[in-house]
Design a protein around this ligand. Sequence first.
Ligand SMILES: Cc1cc2nc3c(=O)[nH]c(=O)nc-3n(C[C@H](O)[C@H](O)[C@H](O)COP(=O)(O)OP(=O)(O)OC[C@H]3O[C@@H](n4cnc5c(N)ncnc54)[C@H](O)[C@@H]3O)c2cc1C
Length: 383
Amino acid sequence: MEHKTSFLGDYQESRTLAQQIAKNHIAPDAPERDLNHTFPSECIRILGETGFMGLIVSEDHGGFGAGRVGFTSVVEEISKACASTALVLVSHAIVTKAIELAADKTVAKRWLSDMVKGHSLGAFAVHEPDSGSNAGAITTRAVKDGDLYIVNGSKFFITSAGEADLYLVLVRTASEKSPQGMSTILIEKDNPGLAFGRLENKMGLTSTSSREMFFNDCRVPSKNLIGKESEGSQVIGQTVVGWGFFGAAAISAGIANLTKELSIKHAKERMIAGQPIGVHQAVQFMISDMILGYEASESLLMSCAAKADASPDTAAINGFKAKLFASEVAVDATHKAIQVLGGHGYCRDYVVERLFRDARGLMLHFKTSEWLRQDIAKAALGL
Ligand SMILES: Cc1cc2nc3c(=O)[nH]c(=O)nc-3n(C[C@H](O)[C@H](O)[C@H](O)COP(=O)(O)OP(=O)(O)OC[C@H]3O[C@@H](n4cnc5c(N)ncnc54)[C@H](O)[C@@H]3O)c2cc1C
């Protein structure tokens, strides 16, 4: 398959390509993957062939070199077909960005070209059982020992864990319990001392494979450090926050878009006593909320992405706004869609049921809505 195109031209071209691939190759088996909790390996292979696994890697390194506007456009189209596949892609993109920004040259050479082609998959591991939403309180430790770091601790709910080949792991390298004492390091799947927990039986995003990760005297080459010691917060800021939040917002926007389309279709086709249910004002109100919700979240996302592309220093606050709004719109839209579809909407045979379960996870992942509301208000208040 030869689909590779460039973001140097109109990003709409790449969005259209993503739309075609999503419709033809990703959407058809999405219900089955959801039901069987099957990891979307075949979708990743196809996205690798198209170059989308290197979506935000620079063209110098064989990627598309997309900015956030291009990134979110493609992720939204893929999410419209399968939110789980889109989340696996976003997690992977975060790791490629970290490698490109600050990895040792030999490490970058070893991994980037394979990752761009989708031959190797990346995942990021920040969250821990005891620190929860507060990444600054992590306790997984990496202690320097000659040319190695010895890593001990655990991570929780990690997307693609056990499937990905390379993990961007946030660790504590200094004794003080502060964000300043944290670093990021790449750990390979087969690294001795790394083990994976059972597959989490999640409500939605079921084909993403979430697992716990355990580091038990895991000896990692020190050249795998991303950036310098104590730069972990900055690395996470430039990757998970700077790009991942836009990816999460785009996943939610894709869900809201499909939800709206399916609800309109159903309201036109479902006949009761000789009339389509769409003639009723109560149904029209729900559809109208879905249309406005989607359009508002898409506009906010694109405007926040464009602002962050123009001034990367504003990426965090723009990503927070886009993610908070889009994730809540998607939950509201999918909730209403089940109402529009009635009993059908509550059955696995209809896509909106999956969309509802998938949308709900995005209000938790990356940062919960509560933390985002606090962050946005604190930025405005100068706190
Ligand atoms: C589908 C999915 C995929 C994920 N993938 C990854 C991944 O790939 N990598 C990764 O590192 N992590 C991943 N996570 C973890 C995710 O980042 C965390 O679930 C999230 O940060 C919330 O942490 P928690 O689940 O421990 O909730 P908790 O921290 O236990 O929070 C529970 C509740 O308390 C509230 N709360 C907690 N502290 C405060 C506070 N100070 N102020 C106000 N309210 C507060 C929260 O908002 C929430 O409502 C994933 C999670 C999900 C659901």
